[in-house]
Design a binder for this molecule. Sequence first.
Ligand SMILES: C[S@@+](CC[C@H](N)C(=O)[O-])C[C@H]1O[C@@H](n2cnc3c(N)ncnc32)[C@H](O)[C@@H]1O
Length: 218
Amino acid sequence: MTVPSVPTRGRTLDYAAPVYDLLEPLCLLNRQDEFDRTVLQALDPQPGDKILDLGCGTGVQCRKISQFLDPGQGGCITGIDAAGRMIAAARAKRATPHCRFEAMAAEDLHFPDAAFDAVISSLFYHHVPLDLKRRSLEEAFRVLKPGGRLIVADMHTPTTFIGALVSHLSRWLFLQPQIAENIRGVLPELMSESGFLPPRIVARYFGYIAVFSTTRPL
Ligand SMILES: C[S@@+](CC[C@H](N)C(=O)[O-])C[C@H]1O[C@@H](n2cnc3c(N)ncnc32)[C@H](O)[C@@H]1O
């Protein structure tokens, strides 16, 4: 079924939706399962958790996380993406009663305050400009319960020569200034400015992706 996209200044991936499940493992050098496991470990989902995934794409991680949730205890995960075709693909392939998908912009979440125990986001923040990075982190803070966890896996200041090469090349190849902001290392600062506790880096991939973990203070 067709799902309308949501207007945003983020770089949405409507055009890539039909092939995204084939492309992503290649982009992650065939280490997608390991990468997803790292995010899962950092998230540490509890059976009754209500979880939100920002920029969920075709919902691969949502579905993996949903296996650790117990709908009987209220556990559920909602993936949002501004690209209607991503949401249509996610619904067709991965939706269950406790794994849902909605077309929504991460900078304008249609959820009440303190609705979630945890928010995750993987490879989303290098798709949006600085003001939307900030706005969506403020939105993540708003919809999290006090003590709620935020896990962000995304491009960050490279730590290896190959990492620097890949991130600078992709910035120029994809004409994506949003990547340059990530390379400058803006994410942890924006998280702190949005009210989160100072984030920790719990894992690194390929010399240019960092997995951040932080919480909304009690
Ligand atoms: C590289 S994909 C990551 C997908 C998935 N999280 C993963 O790890 O495979 C980035 C996603 O962010 C979405 N996106 C871009 N701007 C957005 C926005 N402002 N709000 C919500 N999603 C957005 C794109 O449509 C795309 O599906």
